[in-house]
Design a protein around this ligand. Structure first.
Ligand SMILES: CC(C)(COP(=O)(O)OP(=O)(O)OC[C@H]1O[C@@H](n2cnc3c(N)ncnc32)[C@H](O)[C@@H]1OP(=O)(O)O)[C@@H](O)C(=O)NCCC(=O)NCCS
Length: 184
């Protein structure tokens, strides 16, 4: 079934830009523990995020895409997660595109880091420069990573997930600098 095949209007996935509720943050925190592709976030971190695309199917939380503003005009799309029961319906791609479009509207440079081949494909579709040379990441990303990794929760998670992570494809980055000229 695809998004367009879904029978009832109430079951149509909707993507809204808003913060996560406490219940959603708790749920996402728990769900992120199940994937080696994202190290994870504390509930408090998730609740504090303001740049979140949230997918709802009826009353149900179906997934989210998290973005964080970095220094020097960069925005990182830091995590994309769709609950297993809602996968394969186009929700992930819609969330990712929504995060991308908002960053573009805000004239931000965009950075994405992912091990997921689907996400890497979406980066290519959007014209991002895609490679595995992470040392070439913008300074803003190196700066942010220091803070991101200086987290007790992520330290614990990286130890807990290390075997699963070792079996995953390597990390790939997508870089797209905002170009004023491309919009003219
Ligand atoms: C990655 C993830 C967000 C994708 O969400 P999703 O809602 O299932 O993705 P979609 O339904 O939007 O996928 C749409 C596209 O992927 C393709 N696709 C769906 N399932 C696929 C699969 N198992 N393998 C390859 N392609 C697949 C669809 O054919 C479609 O292709 P198109 O782009 O050509 O139209 C989801 O699998 C997930 O949350 N995974 C765990 C966390 C993760 O890995 N996040 C990414 C790291 S940042």
């Amino acid at each position: 079934m695809s998004l367009t095949d879904m029978p009832q209007a109430t079951n149509m996935p909707q993507v809204v830009h808003r913060s996560l509720t406490r219940a959603e943050a708790l749920w996402l925190h728990h769900e992120l523990k199940t994937t080696p592709n994202i190290l994870g976030y504390t509930v408090r971190e998730l609740e504090k995020l303001s740049d979140v695309q949230v997918a709802m199917v009826g009353e149900n939380f179906a997934g989210a895409c998290l973005s964080v503003d970095l220094i020097q005009g960069w925005t990182e799309i830091t995590a994309l997660y769709v609950l297993p029961e809602f996968r394969g319906l186009g929700i992930g791609k819609t969330l990712f595109r929504a995060a991308w479009e908002l960053a573009q509207q805000r004239k931000r440079h965009v950075y994405v880091l992912s091990r997921n081949s689907q996400v890497v494909e979406w980066m290519r579709e959007l014209g991002m420069t895609v490679d595995g040379k992470l040392w070439r990441a913008p300074l803003a990303v190196h700066w942010y990573m220091q803070r991101y990794m200086a987290s007790w929760h992520r330290s614990v998670e990286s130890v807990r997930k290390w075997k699963a992570i070792a079996k995953c494809p390597p990390l790939v980055q997508g870089i797209k600098k905002y170009e004023r000229a491309s919009l003219l």
